[in-house]
Design a protein around this ligand. Structure first.
Ligand SMILES: O=C(O)CCC(=O)C(=O)O
Length: 280
């Protein structure tokens, strides 16, 4: 169930200690938490307008090739992952260091984490099939490790439109699929696709401007968008272990960031121009 926090918490952008505790515990036990209305409506609408422009630009420039190569975007799922330029409005502090997210992530990962992905996932209209059920990252130690490892990587999603059954909600298998031995995320593990059909899942419904924080290991899949409008999720990953460092940040942009944001992006490519929207 989604968390609806108090008006005071929304107005001050500060979660009460008991809400932080609850949200962090839900991530630990259930694999995810959703807090509704965490990003103010005006900010969501600004993000959506710019996102739509970026997506239109991408499809105009690269869509034809990507579409044809895969007989429909990504094999007909019409799901597109697009890396975002590190510039306004995408690098807004409510996106990269949302106070709710920071408080919860501090509690789950401890203080020494950083951003390792700055991207987006969109279910485009016209998808013909679901994605395969998957975890976002594989095993850290191949087949070797038979115990469950601590949470090290959390995806942070912001839906830019209301998400419902009609526009391609993410489907998730919460409650345990993030807690398995490390080897279960490796290539020789039982296939999620074979097991998931016999397990409990749910479609993630959430209003635009919610925040979704999830363990990368929790099984999930994108579903087809039956509507006429794109269904984008902004997607960042916060990691307490070394990962990618491909986010390009112009020096001046970096110099003007808050101390916390500087720390979050410290391993990224500082002093490089912001990228064009690029296929993941
Ligand atoms: O945003 C979604 O619906 C999920 C997308 C996803 O899991 C993926 O593209 O790997």
């Amino acid at each position: 169930m989604n968390l609806k926090v108090s008006q005071e918490e929304l107005d001050t952008l500060t979660l009460k200690p008991e809400t932080i505790e609850l949200a962090a515990n839900l991530v630990k036990i259930n694999g995810y938490v959703i807090i509704e209305n965490a990003v103010p409506k005006e900010k969501v609408s600004e993000l959506f307008t710019s996102f739509k422009k970026a997506m239109d630009w991408f499809i105009e420039k690269h869509g034809h090739d990507v579409y044809l190569k895969a007989k429909g975007f990504n094999e007909g799922t019409n799901h597109l992952g697009i890396f975002l330029p590190f510039e306004a409005p995408f690098n807004d502090s409510l996106v990269i260091e949302h106070p709710f997210a920071m408080a919860i992530i501090d509690k789950v990962l401890g203080p020494e984490y950083s951003v390792t992905l700055f991207s987006s996932n969109t279910s485009l209209p016209g998808g013909q099939k679901t994605q395969p059920v998957h975890a976002d990252y594989g095993a850290r130690f191949g087949d070797q490790c038979q115990v469950s490892l601590p949470i090290t990587d959390l995806v942070f999603n912001i839906p830019l439109v209301d998400v419902h059954d009609g526009n391609g909600p993410m489907e998730i298998w919460p409650g345990g699929t993030h807690l398995m031995p490390d080897s279960w995320y490796g290539p020789n593990a039982p296939k999620p696709e074979d097991l998931a059909q016999y397990m409990q899942s749910m479609k993630v419904h959430m209003p635009a401007g919610s925040i979704l924080i999830r363990d990368v290991r929790m099984w999930h899949r994108g579903t087809p968008n039956k509507g006429n409008e794109i269904r984008p999720n902004i997607a960042l990953i916060y990691s307490s272990v070394d990962r990618d460092n491909r986010v390009q940040i112009p020096q001046e942009t970096y110099d003007n960031m808050s101390p916390r944001a500087k720390k979050l992006f410290r391993w990224q490519k500082i002093g490089f121009p912001a990228i064009e929207p690029t296929h993941e």
